[in-house]
Design a protein around this ligand. Sequence first.
Ligand code: GLC
Length: 512
Amino acid sequence: MGDLPGILRRLDYLADLGVEAVWLSPFYPSPQRDFGYDVADYCGVDPVFGTLADFDRLLMEAHARGLRVILDLVANHTSNLHPWFVESRGSRTSAKRDWYVWRDPHPNGGHPNNWLSFFGGPAWTLDPQTEQYYLHHFLPEQPDLNYRNPEVLEAMLEVMRFWLERGVDGFRVDAAALLVEDEHFRDEPPNPAWRPGMRERDRLRHVHTEHQPETHEVLRRFRALLDQYSEPGRERVLIGEVYAPFEILVAYYGSPEAPECHFPFNFALMELPPERWTAEDLQALVGAYESIVPGWAWPSWVLGNHDRPRVASRLGEERTRLAHLLLLTLRGTPTLYYGDELGLRDLELSPDQVQDLPGFREHGGRWSRDAARAPMPWDGSPGAGFTVGTPWLPLPVDFPVRNVASQEKDPHSMLRLLRRLLHLRRQTPALTVGAYRSLPAPPGVYAYERFTDSDRVLVAVNLTGRMQTLEASGEILLSTHLDRFGPERAPLGLRPQEGILLRPTGEVVPWR
Ligand code: GLC
């Protein structure tokens, strides 16, 4: 299945790779209707994944290697088998009735309003016993908690304390934009931008279910608790899962006086359609984000996660190398999805192999999130070093050649590129804390510099199929082809689909 002892065994790999923190998707006891995002006990470990003692060891060993551990806080909803919900649904007068969002049927006898669920159909399910509907933005097996009840907030803070006391370094808040809904339960208006092929839920504009002011209040409370547990040099981090345009996204930082997330994930690169991976679009996208993230706040970049097609399937091998160069040289915290460092592709699954039925429905049956959740191929042995049994999902078809062991041996592999990038980043203050400035460049080339008072590096990415030249001299720290290092003089040639990282000497002259 992929479990905690398994991660423990691979911590050296992660430390060598050069990452600094690991975000674990939910491993809590769960009926697994949604890959653990339906939690039945927030303070335990599902036996499938190990024990609490395994977790404590993992945390200790991670810390011993300088790796931080971030947990997934599934705060918006529980499993329908969580004791809180079992009690809540028991009767209209149960002490926990109000821990979830219950509503009478609409006077016409139907659903309380028109809200829709991510996984298809209404966001309401009728409980026949008590003849009320409960709210669920996801599966009916994922009832929504009611944060308007202060006891619920207190209970979730208690969950956070449980893990903080054990030593975790922070949380990624699942579905952070959905924590609280409109108190008047107003219908959502139709979305004029909806087109066939888009998700059914987006037939509506989510003005009453997403980004509500009360949601920000909950996040402020989460953050205040984390700050209580933070010490200088050992901050505990709050990351929000928020899909939104930049102007809405940045509200999730809160303000310096009332901070919320250290950063909300910025999914813009992950959501950028492949045909828009052009120099002009990238420069505009990064520029728009850079200009809207408040000066006191910290940016984020993400190329992949467990809910979206893998970057190598979206962009192909060559452009994935360029994307990784951007991910690790743009300003802010990069989030790398496991396996993307090998250039793993989406699995091609037949409908009978799909385990993620809700996600399959969400994507209209065209794609399932399992495609991006393949077992990690460590080597070319029959179970790929992942298992000696039958893996929970098929191994990637190309695992005999695309695996960690084989890429270790290949000096030009994607894995070697990622490792080199991660290490360069850690050694180079301009890349970790420097400012960003885009540079003029010939059409099809995206170029920028990152700089501090005493350090400066230049990134240039040729997104065209032609050779390009640039008027700069200096030391090549890295080419995405991994075949070019050391001093070079102007004019520098950039091969098709090549990106470079350069420490320039003298003035950087814009390109010819
Ligand atoms: C988030 C998770 C996704 C899950 C959903 C419901 O979007 O990333 O995997 O299905 O929340 O918890």
